[in-house]
Design a protein around this ligand. Structure first.
Ligand code: PAF
Length: 281
């Protein structure tokens, strides 16, 4: 596995694979890798012949300096996991490599970035699209994989790629869950034991919603069953519950007749966990 820290090294390493006729798959990450990330690597490997991963804790997508400081970092462990998974190239840039001194260019999806989670985390998706554009320009992948867990992020990136005619195919990787149903996330490591046990309520709420949808129901009844399930757990505070169309993320109401994306965010002490499910009518 080749480790590249500069734009030039990365471009040269990718070019060598491309010259050998290989289709390039890309998995951008912020490190603190877990089985969820590794499932994205597996998906990239099935969709390409050579896989590039990046590890970059992107400062422009963090609202608060404290969150950026406390973001878990373990480069040696991450590299060992990527090597084990058979990744060909890892791009590990410095902040000044991605954002050169004097940088002033941002990329933003003006609507999708500023609704739903974008309202709670102003500037977050602008930071994501600004970094992903830079990473795409450096790596120039044929296909890139993003987790469906960050559902709005996936839709924002698909919109950006379509709007800017970026020559890259975007694939969504299904959510990986712990044995009790909790969606895998690097944030889970920061939960207390009690909050970790309580956090199962997110997936339980989404499952209750899916079960209800099988009987034919309304969006309002789905919202109620989710809110009521979260309310059964005293350690959990419901922060966001969005019930929207699966692609354009417009609010849905009334009888469930089209696929419904449910995006849930729940606070445990100072940790915000998210989960989502697309529910079929
Ligand atoms: O999903 C993430 O880990 C990040 O938002 C991403 C896509 C790597 C951009 O920093």
């Amino acid at each position: 596995m080749k480790i590249c820290r500069t734009v030039e090294e990365t471009r040269a390493a990718v070019a060598a694979l491309r010259t050998a006729g290989q289709r390039i798959g890309f998995v951008p990450t912020m490190g603190a890798l877990h089985a969820g990330h590794m499932s994205l690597v597996s998906l990239a490997k099935t969709a390409s012949e050579a896989t590039v991963a990046s590890i970059f804790v992107n400062p422009t997508q963090f609202g608060q300096a404290a969150d950026l400081q406390s973001y878990p970092r373990d480069e040696a462990r991450d590299l060992a996991m990527l090597q084990e998974a058979g990744v060909e190239i890892v791009f590990l840039p410095e902040v000044t490599t991605i954002y050169p001194p004097g940088h002033e260019t941002i990329v933003e999806t003006t609507h999708l970035a500023n609704i739903l989670h974008g309202k709670i985390r102003p500037g977050h998706f602008r930071g994501v699209t600004s970094v992903v554009t830079r990473l795409f320009n450096i790596v120039q992948p044929d296909v890139a994989v993003f987790g469906e867990k960050d559902y709005q992020q996936l839709q924002v990136i698909k919109r950006m790629v379509a709007d800017l005619h970026m020559p890259v195919e975007i694939l969504g990787g299904p959510i990986c869950r712990e044995a009790d149903g909790l969606a895998m996330s690097s944030r889970n490591l920061r939960l207390t034991a009690e909050d970790r046990a309580a956090a199962v309520v997110l997936s339980q709420a989404l499952q209750a919603a899916e079960d209800l949808a099988k009987t034919g129901t309304t969006v309002e009844a789905i919202r109620d069953v989710i809110a009521n399930t979260i309310a059964t757990e005293p350690r959990a505070t419901l922060q966001g519950l969005d019930t929207v169309t699966a692609d354009t993320l417009d609010n849905l109401h009334g009888p469930l007749t089209t696929p419904l994306a449910v995006m849930l965010s729940v606070q445990f002490s100072d940790i915000l966990l998210i989960d989502q499910k697309v529910i079929q009518p």
